[in-house]
Design a protein around this ligand. Structure first.
Ligand code: CBF
Length: 807
């Protein structure tokens, strides 16, 4: 389609849909019109992609994830369709600004943080690499809560993202499946002497899929992200007369992460997990059987990826379908299951290694529990006599009345990977060491990556223009070409252009900050950014303590030579995570104090932007000078904001944790500010049990001075929160070694301050960071998953060289 045709089709579609012309239409009507034009165009490719996969007998991967965090799709779909420039110009000629339409789209926030965003980067990359892959998750009625600050406290409001409909999805009622929850199950022989389950009681619910096209980057491939929504099957309607009864059903796909402080909340969460696992696995098998292939070869056509432990029941559900429905022998079914399944671990924090009480699992999905019991029994039997008793007891799935989901995922799959080199090593040497002894060849590393197109071309047009002018356009398709930028590290014109692009982005962000927080910030100041979930291990507190140090220093000496700084936070705390919410309150109160202190002027500002989400990240990241990656070494599995910020020219201040290490290796020591304990030192403290935050506090006047601001009234309105945090540091021995790393962190911050004083030198460091970011492209990451874990291949082989014709 060319621009003239686009303008015609657009106006015609607007008239058909809304019976109006451009002048009368609201941004929402224009957005709906554009979206509908796009979906009706790419749906041909979508259908063809399904056909191609089927006809080419392609092996496909199904990526099961309880979170997907795509953000907005309008611009990224336009980019991937190859329409972005044409539509931007065409709309402009009709007097419409594309950005105004993009504003209308709600963020699709069906995830919490890195895990969900990674899943969405992977969906984009899988399609863009022409790989046959599908997402499988839950279509939550409400996305992650909207965060507001009231009296500087976090308040959570519902995110009704579906209120105005969702133009990207297609409800596919004909592809619905039924999922059984609750009740009891007894096994008995059928006429042929095979064991079959007899179900009593419980409920059967309908899982209806909503499919969203995952448009590949200019390759005519459209994959599918399938999200399941619960409904009452029409034949069961009469059993759900009361509003309460109906609500119990609707709750199943209502919210992301129900409150897990109550038994009911935990049970709902487990039911959600089984619901989307069962729906997804059933629909895969139904599709496979339609192709008339033998079940015995399913491992050659299907790969199922378990993203974190939430979908670990895929193992048991797959076994259930093979054994109960397909009547395969246990042994054959088990071999196929292991070959089909693979698992990624995303954190060493205990919270992600889910465990469910036996009684709860037995009541939510009794047949699945029986199957897990049998897997566990056979595991113990197989290992007995080969490995020592204690090792078997530590690794078995059912222990102490609980079902260990990570154990199920590892035992029931052929691959377990971590998400950065350090993290994968720690899995092998510490967290999953016992399993590594049992299955050394199953363990591997796949360092995370990011969808470069979204985080550079879409988020940062100013930088993209400089790159195009300097190194040509190829980097847009081959991010490794960013290395060509290194040839310009001494080129003053390029350095100045990079600095100008950064300043332009900082000005945009300053306007946003002014509009949303009422605070004027100086775009010439260092924009120092920490954007990530609020969690104690990520140590937003360390950042705050350093800010308080700067504040106290400035109060003592207002002429202190320092580059003006704007510290920018974006973070949501889980609704039931009291401590994290207290940190938010304290940062907000400190910000209020500092931002309104006339003595401080422009030298220091602290901004906590409300409701951090993908769209806000797209505003903040291009404007960042400094990227805060300051988790306690060993605790951040990988991190991905570190990669996005680096790609946009921010200089990282980091501990040697997660992928920070690989960033350091890429850019070299001189282009990153490293500080803090190493992971080995952290583990030494654990081993020797000799960490004492109190001694550090007593021995260091600086630490004392800063920590006291939490309780001495320096920061107003935080009596309870201040004491809570103070106690966590001093009385409860500072779980994440904030005090131990504090002074070193201050030194690293000082080195950043110094480096920024020499603008040319700073631009050079920034350039080197951009130049080395290409290695973190999620296109490469999924390629490695495809080759090493899923054994799937691109379908390009079936296309001509334009990649768009189908023969
Ligand atoms: O692997 C993706 C990301 O996942 C987390 O966000 C998670 O939820 N487990 C980790 O905390 C990140 O380190 C990791 O990058």
């Amino acid at each position: 389609m060319n621009k003239t045709e686009f303008k015609q089709s657009f106006s015609q579609r607007l008239a058909e849909k809304f019976a109006m012309g451009v002048a009368d239409a609201s941004p929402n009507e224009l957005y709906q019109t554009l979206g509908s034009l796009m979906t009706s165009t790419y749906s041909q490719d979508w259908q063809q992609t399904w056909t191609d996969y089927r006809e080419a007998e392609q092996k496909q991967v199904y990526y099961f994830s309880i979170e997907f965090l795509p953000g907005k799709l309008l611009k990224s779909n336009l980019l991937n369709m190859g329409w972005l420039d044409m539509v931007t110009e065409g709309l402009a000629e009709l007097g419409i600004n594309l950005d105004d339409l993009a504003e209308v789209e709600p963020d699709m926030a069906l995830g919490n943080g890195g895990l969900g965003r990674l899943a969405s980067c992977f969906m984009d990359s899988i399609a863009s690499m022409g790989l046959p892959g599908n997402g499988n998750g839950i279509r939550y009625e409400y996305g992650l809560f909207k965060q507001h600050f009231v009296d500087n406290y976090q308040v959570e409001l519902p995110d009704k993202w579906l209120q105005k409909g969702n133009l990207w999805e297609i409800r596919k009622e004909s592809k619905a499946v039924d999922v059984r929850l609750g009740g009891k199950v007894f096994m008995s022989d059928n006429d042929s002497g095979n064991l079959i389950p007899n179900y009593q009681g419980g409920v059967v619910l309908r899982a209806v899929p909503y499919d969203t096209g995952m448009v590949g980057y200019q390759n005519a491939i459209v994959n599918t992200m399938r999200l399941w929504s619960v409904e009452i099957p029409p034949e069961e309607e009469e059993n759900y007369r009361s509003i309460e009864d109906r609500r119990t059903v609707e709750d199943l796909t209502s919210v992301l992460y129900p409150d897990d402080t109550s038994e009911d909340g935990r049970k709902l969460r487990l039911s959600q997990e089984y619901f989307f696992v069962s729906a997804g696995v059933q629909s895969i098998l139904r599709y496979y059987k339609q192709l008339n292939r033998s079940i015995d070869t399913i491992n050659r056509f299907i790969a199922i990826h378990i993203n974190d432990t939430h979908p670990a029941m895929c193992v048991a559900e797959f076994m259930r379908l093979l054994v109960d429905d397909e009547q395969l022998s246990w042994e054959r079914a088990w071999n196929l299951t292991k070959e089909v399944m693979s698992y990624t671990n995303h954190t060493i924090m205990a919270e992600a290694l889910e465990k469910w009480p036996i009684s709860m699992m037995g009541s939510v999905c009794p047949r699945i529990y029986q199957i897990i019991e049998e897997i566990d029994r056979r595991f113990v039997e197989e290992m007995t006599g080969v490995h020592d008793f204690d090792l078997i007891q530590r690794t078995r799935i059912i222990q102490d009345g609980q079902v260990h989901m990570a154990h199920l995922a590892i035992i029931g799959s052929h691959s377990t990977n971590g998400v950065a080199k350090l993290h994968s090593d720690l899995l092998k040497s510490v967290v999953l060491h016992d399993f590594y002894l049992l299955y050394p060849t199953r363990f591997n590393n796949k360092t995370n990556g990011i969808a470069m197109r979204r985080w550079s071309q879409l988020a940062n047009p100013a930088l993209s223009n400089v790159l195009d002018k300097t190194i040509g356009h190829l980097w847009r398709e081959q991010p490794n070409d960013l290395r060509l930028l290194l040839n310009y590290v001494e080129d003053d014109r390029v350095l100045a252009a990079l600095a100008e692009a950064k300043l332009e982005n900082k000005k945009h962000l300053s306007t946003y900050i002014h509009e949303h927080c009422g605070i004027k910030v100086n775009p010439q100041a260092i924009f120092d950014v920490q954007i990530k979930r609020l969690h104690a291990y990520k140590r937003q507190l360390l950042n705050l303590l350093h800010i308080m140090k700067l504040y106290l220093d400035l109060k003592e000496n207002p002429d202190l030579p320092m580059e003006p700084r704007v510290f920018i936070f974006g973070a949501k705390a889980a609704p039931s995570y009291h401590y994290a919410k207290s940190i938010i309150k304290v940062i907000n109160e400190a910000a209020n104090l500092i931002n309104h202190d006339p003595m401080i002027k422009d030298k220091l500002k602290v901004i906590f932007l409300e409701n951090y989400n993908v769209s806000l990240a797209e505003r903040i990241i291009p404007a960042a000078d400094v990227s805060e990656q300051i988790s306690l070494a060993s605790k951040e599995a990988s991190g991905t904001s570190n990669m996005k910020l680096m790609l946009n020219g921010a200089v990282t201040i980091a501990t040697l944790d997660g992928a920070n290490i690989e960033i350091r290796d890429a850019v070299g020591e001189e282009n990153i500010a490293i500080f803090g304990l190493t992971e080995t030192e952290v583990y030494q403290y654990y081993e020797n049990k000799n960490y004492s935050s109190l001694s550090i506090y007593q021995d260091s006047p600086i630490v004392q001075r800063v920590v006291k601001t939490l309780i001495d009234g320096t920061i107003p309105n935080i009596v309870a929160e201040g004491y809570e945090i103070f106690d966590s540091l001093i009385k409860y021995n500072d779980e994440f070694f904030v005090l131990r790393d504090f002074e070193d962190y201050c030194l690293a911050q000082e080195s950043v301050n110094k480096a920024y004083q020499n603008k040319r030198h700073w631009s050079q460091i920034s350039l080197r960071n951009i130049a080395h970011a290409g290695r973190f492209s999620s296109d490469d990451t999924v390629q490695r998953y495809a080759e090493d874990i899923w054994q799937i291949e691109p379908v390009f082989a079936h296309k001509n060289d334009r990649g768009v014709e189908h023969d």
